[in-house]
Each structure stands twice: as structure tokens, then as C-alpha cells.
Design a protein around this ligand. Structure first.
Ligand code: HDD
Length: 716
């Protein structure tokens, strides 16, 4: 496999972490106090059958530590997976920001990235329909910079004061704690149907973006407008983007539900295995820049987190590459204890007045206090900045740093005035000074009031199959809602986005489409409703190509998992040759047989299967190859086996995957739905097709033939 972007020889963060690592290999067991333990099997007792003694400090220490192993899970984004990596700058942003890690082309900055779902608990499935978190901690020379991003570029709400309401609504319902890791329930849709500002986000959430094929195949967005500040103090608004080199891909919803049962760790495993195999996930890092003086050039407010800047209006400039190239050593120490905060910034980057961002700036430190238990969470190795901390903050639970001397205040003369404040030219952080005038007011800006136009733009920009998936997702979710009035109100909201969508959904829910009188909870009770009602505006950008995943397909099969179905007597020559071709293109071939006992191919070679066909499922593969070899085929079509292999292939077929039938596999082919399908389906490959191997590779690179979905499922 192409080992591109091999881990840098030098990664300062990994070197720093090494100082904290222990390895039990060849070591004697000790207590926490370093005392060697002679017997870890029996507690200390009055005699062999007697009661255990309170004196047994070894027993007490072990049980106490165990009793306190768990910490509170994150209130949102509890389920996550992390990896180490490197950010490399490919284009200097020196003209726009003084941030050191964005100035010198070629500069490498160590990073730790954590991906997550939002609603589920720590042990919930990876494949929930949900937003995915995409948090990046850059360990820069000027301190830690955290970009706490999502895989969706907008948010449900415009103001942080609504965040607890949103999260309460989506989490399991308060009385019976049902359902886990799912938005398909009454409280979520009750809230959403009363929040027109969430409609743009809902379009994204109901799209296949919310069921990614892999963390490695999703985008990341900083969501808010942030600010870049250069040496002269000049300001540009900036939106951050991560674009995966493998393209943006999803699974089918039916597939997602099945993966949740077969392999709830699917995304975690996929990330781990890819890094372990040297298929390092990569993203282009890009920025959209808007000079401060152009702030008001748009038909939406740059401070409104429910809006994107369409890429047709301001293109994304690619400025670097993010590569993940090392798995953590310890899940708890690294992935669980890592603490992100949008307020961790460096000189050259500043906040905008986006009211959602402003509220976040409070929430993240606060939550770490209850999760990690102490304001000293910055001293946990994964959270430590590369540069040593020098200040007069002191003490507290679990303090690690030993600050020398008697001086812990400033100004001081006894300590020579240290630590000194840094001047700007020495890297001292100064908040960008902004002239603000106005009166204190608890209200929302008129410029935040258009809630539907970008929802329309998103829907209009989807390919036909993407629109169908989005509609089906709405039907699925709202079918789980028991309260009819919520279904009706939600359909009423959809009517402002697309009438056909609303009617189709309504038809399947058995409700009528009634256009709402725009109940808008963001309007204060005593405001003049005529000024603050959401307007029905047409989007200025009608269609944005960047919004359809269809336009992100890349010509690569790297890291795709291809299942080879084979048993005793499989034709070794064809199979090996295809395996070599696929692996040389970076794909991963896994052998599926009737059981996991080794078998022999037609040339007498022993082959050890990765899976038995009953211990895995077709949803765990990107494509299937039914290997040739008469004896092998006969093993699969034996009574008792046949329906298993047929169901396996049928499922892959229904999920629009590439299926390749080797020579002489007609008996299986004819028993599957594939035989009843259209002959121009490019992802069904049979051995007699010219260049069959190439066609298979092309089909895998195309990810799925969604355009044949209807046809493939009609046969079912
Ligand atoms: Fe948040 C975690 C992303 C709005 C409050 N958030 C959290 C994580 C991500 C995001 C990726 C997981 C961090 C990790 O991996 O440890 N959050 C977002 C984005 C938002 C957003 C992209 C909108 C643009 N969040 C948001 C608001 C609030 C919070 C408005 C509160 C006012 N978020 C939190 C939190 C969490 C969190 C409660 C839970 C765990 C944590 O912070 O460390 O503070």
C-alpha cells in the first residue's frame, strides 16, 4: 500500500506524551505507592476461611481505584474516537493572520482530533442519524488552538441560550430515558417544529451527511465566522473547512440500522484500522475569507450560525493538509480526557460576535470542571500545551506543576516582576479591538430572521436520490413521533421549504399540509410580529454544487473493504490476481467463507478466512466478489448454506454496492436478485464483461450506484 504522509520523524506532542507513558512489560506488579505485590489472588484474612481484614491495604487500594474509575460522560458528544496527526501548511496566510502555524509554508503542527456523535451515550452506536463532531486541537508554538467543529456547516439555533433546550429535546425523553442515540421521537420534533431557525440544519440532518460511511469520509466545518487578524490589525472574517481526500460518502439508512446491530463500533474500528494499516486519513484544510468592510455584502448575516457562505459566492481556499497518522495508546487518557474549547485561541485568530459562539465560550471550560473534576485539567498530558505554563494561577485538586518560589501574585518586586506580560511583538495575545456602540438589549437582530431560504438552497442542490433519501428520513423520523399535532406542524414547516417535499411526507404520515402562521419562538412576546416574522425569501444562490455529496466523489478505492466470498477449491489464479490489483490500489480484501476454518484453494494453498459468512454481514463491506471455482461454489449452494449467501449478496445489491461474479458462479448469480436487474447497471460485473476487473474498480471508486437504487429495490 502507498505509505504516503508517513508520520513525521519529529512530533513534539508525541515526544511530550512519551514522558508520561508506562509499559508493564517485564516489570513486577506494584501498589500505587510502588510497593511490590507478592499475591494478587487472595485478600488478607483471619485464617484461610476467615473474614477479610480491614488492614488489607492492597485490597482496599485496588477496590477503591476501581470504584472511582468512571468519570461523567460529556453532556453532548459523549461517544467519540480520537487520533493523533499533523497539520501541514501549504499556503501562507501571513497576509491575513499573524497566527504562527498559518504563516510558514511547510510548517507542521501536531494535532489531536476527536470525532463524535452528539446525542448518544458513551456506549451508543456509531451509526446513529446524527451530527458528527470534528474537534481538532492544534498544539502550536503559541499555545493550543482548538477548532471544535462539526460535519455540518450550520447549527440548529442562533443563540446559545437555546442550547440546553435543544439538547434536552434530542436526548432520550426525561420520563423513561428512551430512545438512545436517536432524534426520532416526540420531544425532538416538538422542539424543532417550533423553531423555524432550525430548518436549514434539519435539511442537513435528514440528508445522508448524518450517516457517514466513515469519519475519514466526512467534511468538517468551524460553523461560525471567526476573525483572522494580521500584523497591521486588519480583520477578515473566516470560515474553516476540512475536505476529505477520499470524498464525502454515506451509507444507506437501512444499512446504518443494521450496522448498529452487527458492529456498533463501525466508525471507531474503521478509523483505527485505517491508521493501523498506514492508510492515513487526510483532509484539505480551507478557508473562506471576507474582508471586514464586506461584512454586510450578503443576503444573510455572517454572525448567524444557521447560514453558510455558498462556495459560489466566496470560494474555499485550500491552505493545508490534516493527516491522522497515529492511534492513541490509551483511550481514557487521551480520547476521553481531551478537553476542547472554542475559546482556546492563538494570536491572529479572534471570535466574532455570533451569539452562539459567544455562549460556547462560557460552556466548554465549565463542562470540563464537572467532567474532569478540576481547573487543572490543562495539566492532563493530552491537554498540555507544548510551551510551559507560567502564571500565578495556583493549586486546586490534582495540581501537578510545582511552581517554585514564594511569589504567586503580580505586580511583584520580590520575584523580579515575573512572569512578565508579553508584548504583542513577543506573541502577547491582544483581543482585536472593535468599536461597539448600542444599548443593552435582550433581542435578536432583524438580519437573523430569514429561516427558510438556505434550507431551500440546500434541498434544491441535492441530486434526485439525495432528495429521496432526505424525504425518507423525514418520514422515518416523523413516523416515530406519536403526537399528530407535531407531525402536522413539522409538515407545515416543510411547506416553506418545498411543497412537493411537504406533500410527499404528509401523505406518508396521514396528515394534511397546512401552511403555518410561522410560530417563531425567537420572537419576544411583546415584539411587533410584523417586523420579526420569518420572511419567505428566495435564496440568492439557488443551487450550490458543493452541497451535494454526489459532486465529491473521488477516483480512488483506497481503504475500501472488499469481501471475497470463497471456500474450498476456489480458483486461486483469478482470485489472487484481482486481490493483488485491488490491494495495489489501496483497498482491503477480506475473505468470507462458510466458517473460519482454513481451507485450500485449487492449487492446494491453505487460506485462512477473515470471517465466516454468519459472523459478519454484507453491511460491513463496500463491495463483494464471488470467487470462481466450481467446488467453492458448490460449498455455498449446499442446502442450508445457499439462502445465507444469497441473502448476503441481495443485501449488498439493495444497498447499491458493486458486486462482481467470477467465472462459473451462475448458480449463485441466478439465485440472487441481481439476475433480475437491469443489464446496464454499471456496478454489477460478470466475468464475461470485457475489462471486468477495471469495471469493478471503477464501480467501487464511484462508491454506490444510487441512481439504480429504485430499480435494485423494486426487485426485492
Ligand atoms: Fe458544543 C462539545 C461542536 C454548539 C456546549 N461541541 C462539543 C464537541 C463538539 C462540539 C465537536 C465535542 C468536543 C470533544 O470532542 O470533546 N458545539 C459544537 C459546534 C457548535 C456547538 C460545532 C455550534 C456551532 N456547544 C454548542 C453550544 C454550546 C455547546 C451553543 C453551549 C452553549 N459542546 C458544549 C459542551 C461540550 C460540547 C457542553 C460537551 C463536552 C465538552 O463540551 O467538552 O460544553
Amino acid at each position: 500500500m502507498d505509505m504516503k504522509n508517513t508520520p513525521s520523524e519529529k512530533n513534539e506532542k508525541l515526544d511530550q506524551l512519551d514522558q508520561f507513558k508506562t509499559d508493564n512489560h517485564n516489570e513486577k506488579m506494584t501498589t500505587n505507592q510502588g510497593l511490590k505485590v507478592n499475591n494478587n489472588q487472595d485478600s488478607l484474612k483471619t485464617d484461610e476461611r476467615g473474614a477479610t481484614l480491614l488492614e488489607d491495604f492492597i485490597l482496599r487500594e485496588k477496590i477503591t481505584q476501581f470504584d472511582h474509575e468512571r468519570i461523567p460522560e460529556r453532556v453532548v458528544h459523549a461517544r467519540g474516537s480520537g487520533a493523533h496527526g499533523v497539520f501541514k501548511l501549504t499556503k501562507s496566510m501571513g497576509q491575513f493572520t499573524k497566527a504562527g502555524f498559518l504563516n510558514e509554508v511547510g510548517k507542521e503542527t501536531p494535532v489531536f482530533v476527536r470525532f463524535s456523535t452528539v446525542a448518544g451515550s458513551r456506549g451508543s452506536t456509531d451509526l446513529a442519524r446524527d451530527v458528527r463532531g470534528f474537534s481538532v486541537k492544534f498544539y502550536t508554538e503559541e499555545g493550543n488552538y482548538d477548532l471544535v467543529a462539526n460535519n455540518i456547516p450550520v447549527f440548529f439555533i442562533q443563540d446559545a441560550i437555546k442550547f440546553p433546550d435543544l439538547v434536552h429535546a434530542v436526548k432520550p425523553e426525561a420520563d423513561h430515558e428512551i430512545p438512545q442515540a436517536s432524534s426520532a421521537h416526540d420531544t425532538f420534533w416538538d422542539f424543532i417544529s417550533l423553531m423555524p431557525e432550525s430548518m436549514h440544519m434539519i435539511m442537513w440532518l435528514m440528508s445522508d451527511r448524518a450517516i457517514p460511511r466513515s469519519y475519514r469520509m466526512m467534511e468538517g466545518f468551524g460553523v461560525h465566522s471567526f476573525k483572522f487578524i494580521n500584523d497591521e490589525g486588519k480583520v477578515h472574517f473566516v470560515k474553516f473547512h476540512f475536505k476529505p481526500k477520499l470524498g464525502v460518502h454515506s451509507v444507506a439508512w437501512n444499512e446504518a440500522q443494521k450496522i448498529s446491530g452487527v458492529d456498533p463500533d463501525f466508525h471507531r474500528r474503521d478509523l483505527w484500522d485505517a491508521i493501523d494499516n498506514g492508510a492515513f486519513p487526510e483532509w484539505d484544510f480551507g478557508v473562506q475569507l471576507v474582508p471586514e468592510e464586506n461584512e454586510f455584502d450578503f443576503d444573510f448575516d455572517l454572525l448567524d450560525a444557521t447560514k453558510i457562505i455558498p462556495e459560489e459566492v466566496v470560494p474555499v481556499e485550500i491552505i493545508g493538509t490534516l493527516t491522522l497518522n497515529r492511534n492513541p495508546d490509551n483511550f481514557f487518557a487521551e480520547t476521553e480526557q481531551v478537553a476542547f474549547h472554542p475559546g482556546h485561541i492563538v494570536p491572529g485568530i479572534d471570535f466574532s460576535n455570533d451569539p452562539l459562539l459567544q455562549g460556547r465560550l462560557f460552556s466548554y471550560t465549565d463542562t470540563q470542571l464537572s467532567r474532569l473534576g478540576s481547573p487543572n485539567f490543562h495539566e492532563i498530558p493530552i491537554n498540555k500545551s507544548l510551551n510551559t505554563v507560567h502564571n500565578n494561577n495556583r493549586d486546586g485538586h490534582m495540581r501537578q506543576q510545582i511552581a517554585k518560589g514564594k511569589v504567586n501574585y503580580e505586580p511583584n518586586s520580590i520575584g523580579g516582576g515575573c512572569p512578565f506580560q508579553a508584548m504583542m511583538k513577543e506573541g502577547g495575545f491582544t483581543s482585536h479591538s472593535e468599536r461597539i456602540s448600542g444599548s443593552k438589549i435582550r433581542a435578536r437582530s432583524q438580519s437573523f430572521v430569514d429561516h427558510y431560504s438556505q434550507a431551500k438552497m440546500f434541498f434544491n442542490s441535492q441530486a434526485a436520490h439525495e432528495k429521496t433519501h432526505l424525504e425518507n428520513a423525514l418520514v422515518f423520523e416523523l413516523s416515530k413521533v406519536k403526537t399528530t399535532s407535531i407531525r402536522e406542524r413539522m409538515v407545515g414547516q416543510l411547506a416553506f421549504i418545498d411543497m412537493t417535499l411537504a406533500e410527499n411526507v404528509a401523505g406518508k404520515l396521514g396528515v394534511k399540509v397546512t401552511r403555518l402562521e410561522m410560530p417563531n419562538q425567537s420572537i419576544p412576546a411583546d415584539a411587533d410580529p410584523s417586523t420579526l416574522q420569518s420572511e419567505e425569501r428566495e435564496p440568492k444562490t439557488q443551487v450550490s454544487e458543493a452541497l451535494s455529496m454526489k459532486n465529491t466523489v473521488k477516483d480512488t478505492i483506497e481503504s475500501r473493504i472488499i469481501g471475497f466470498i470463497m471456500a474450498n477449491g476456489a480458483a486461486s489464479e483469478n482470485t489472487l490476481s484481482l486481490k493483488n490489483i485491488l490491494e495495489s490500489e489501496g483497498a482491503v480484501v477480506q475473505i468470507i467463507s462458510n466458517d473460519v476454518a482454513p481451507f485450500t484453494s485449487d492449487n492446494g494453498n491453505a487460506i485462512v478466512p477473515h470471517h465466516s459468512i454468519t459472523s459478519t454481514a454484507s453491511v460491513c463491506f463496500d463491495a463483494l466478489y464471488i470467487c470462481p471455482g466450481e467446488e467453492s461454489i458448490q460449498e455455498f449452494v449446499k442446502p442450508g448454506n445457499k439462502h445465507i449467501v444469497v441473502d448476503f449478496i441481495n443485501e449488498a445489491y439493495k444497498h447499491c454496492k458493486a458486486v462482481y461474479f467470477g467465472e462459473g458462479t451462475d448458480e449463485i448469480y441466478n439465485a440472487t436478485l441481481v439476475s433480475t436487474g437491469k443489464h446496464d447497471d454499471p456496478a454489477i460485473i460478470t466475468a464475461e464483461k470485457p475489462d471486468a476487473d477495471d469495471l469493478f474498480i471503477k464501480a467501487i471508486a464511484g462508491h454506490r450506484v444510487w441512481e439504480f437504487e429504485k430499480e435494485r429495490n423494486m426487485m426485492a
